[in-house]
Design a protein around this ligand. Sequence first.
Ligand code: 28F
Length: 642
Amino acid sequence: MEKYKHEYGAEQIQVLEGLEAVRKRPGMYIGSTSVRGLHHMVYEIVDNGVDEALAGYCTEINVIIEKGNIISVKDNGRGIPVEIHPKTKISTAETVYTVLHAGGKFGGDSGYKVSGGLHGVGASVVNALSSWTEVTIARDGGLFNMKFEKGKTVQKLERIGDSDKTGTLVRFLADDTIFESLDYEYEVLEKRLREIAFLTKGLKITLEDQREETPKKAEFCYEGGLISFVEYLNRNKEKIHPKPIYIERAGEVPVEIAIQYTTSYTENIYTFVNNINTIEGGTHLEGFKRALTKVFNDYARSHNILKEKDNNLQGEDIREGITAVVSVKVKEPQFEGQTKTKLGNSEVTGVVQSMVNEALSTFLEENPQIAKAILEKCVSASRAREAARKARELVRKKSNLETSTLPGKLADCSSKIADECEVYIVEGDSAGGSAKQGRDRKFQAILPLWGKMLNVEKARADKIYGNDKLNPVIVAVGAGIGADFDITKIRYGKVIIMADADVDGAHIRTLLLTFFFRYMRPLIENGNVYLAQPPLYKLSKKGMEDIYCYTDEDLDKAYKDLQEKGIARDTLSLQRYKGLGEMNPEQLWETTMNPETRILVKVTMEDAIKADEIFSLLMGDEVEPRREFIQKNAKYVKNLDI
Ligand code: 28F
């Protein structure tokens, strides 16, 4: 890849503005000051090491979360240049860390790199938003070191010794007066670092969490790149062909794609632009989908799999069961959409489309066995889609009167203004009864769930419509499912899952989340799905108002608080709620349903993806990973009926 067109002259660094602006409006530079922005700080520094790897000079990056939430990132690249920068008259390294937009990420022909992250503004922003930063560089036979506080240089770059190695080590403590919290989540970093390793073939990335007594560690290095990525995503699924299909093209817009079909019914296409996950898709995804549809239809026609009288296969038929990763590199990416994760560059559609057209049709011609297996699946998907359409029409015909179709057990609310209405989906009749009595019937509806659990993993849309557990949910929400789902038709602004805090509750929650994720995804993306949080404990004492605790920490804190008020532990009576059914209607209202006092947790796409993964594991086809999972989690899942 032609990333480094010429040796870098330090004078190319653009000197734009001071770091004061960054501290004044951190959100503009790092996205947010929530824990999400905090993790972005790490990615910004790691990205610089990754760029060194993409340039061909770095093979390993080590990330450590040290005690006290100090982040340490080290690479074995060339080391940031240490000589005096002709424009700023200070070292290049100090310039990179103190001058906003240094590093040439902005400005198209800076020659240094294709623009990075969502907020790819780099090291100086991280420096500005840190209580302190320390940079150590091994280069030119020497070891150099500089220090900053809140972006200001407190120790200029100085030579502290000799070194026969090269590389860069950065340690920083994010500023707790800027970020809401400094609690890095190991799993979040782990997931992103693994992703970067997949996307950067051969790069070794290690992660270590030293905050606990026994440190957590992980190491990622994938010689297979995207192929390994797809194999990883499909690790618990049954594959239709053993090896992922891999296609690659260099050029102005380098494209790399890996594809593998599974026997599942879902579509999993992940797209990246310059290693950034474009969750909202965009022009690269568009080009990929168009080519996929054309190539498979052309092949099916020319090999007589589709006869003259047959309709073309639709895109969704061809994408059923697909797992694919599409990675493109774009010099000046335009990001659009709500979360700025949608690629807008129109020229990319054609580039991806023509390269997939060419490479994939060649692959199919050369691998007729695989082509046949995939197309068989597409054809049966197309038949199932037809069957689902007929089933839907039947349902529609039967339902002339809008209200008569509402599920019998639904206790609807009186308001018809979706925005103010909520539906509680409750497992079990006794909890359903309490909820019905306890609710505010003006805006709260209750849907008790009963009937046989459906294995969403193994069911297609036509079966889902007929399922007695899920059908009431579909009808109550009122907006259809799958490609028909129309968010403007939802009957409730909040869809709230209220389940017990036990294994069965977890099961029903996972099932519903998986169902929403797969069949009503916009409902989750739009933030309409919530989890009710019933209390785990009640502390009571004569003459004292009851105290409800939602977690074990809550309970500890309540005991301590009461102790300070002179109320001893052994004078309190503790009730542990085993299920929602144990609460009377008033208690349920007060603790879990009253908008003034309840806790609702909004379900994010990440939550839903996690539920989907757990579900695939528990319900999917591959026996081995399921057995492993159950053995590992035996004490949690022993009651599960699978
Ligand atoms: C732990 C984080 O930041 N690694 C980096 C390099 C290497 C070069 C460089 C970085 C020069 C003009 C900016 C070296 N030799 N890891 C890192 N490794 N930056 S950051 O150059 C910075 C540019 O403007 C480097 C020759 N060219 C580039």
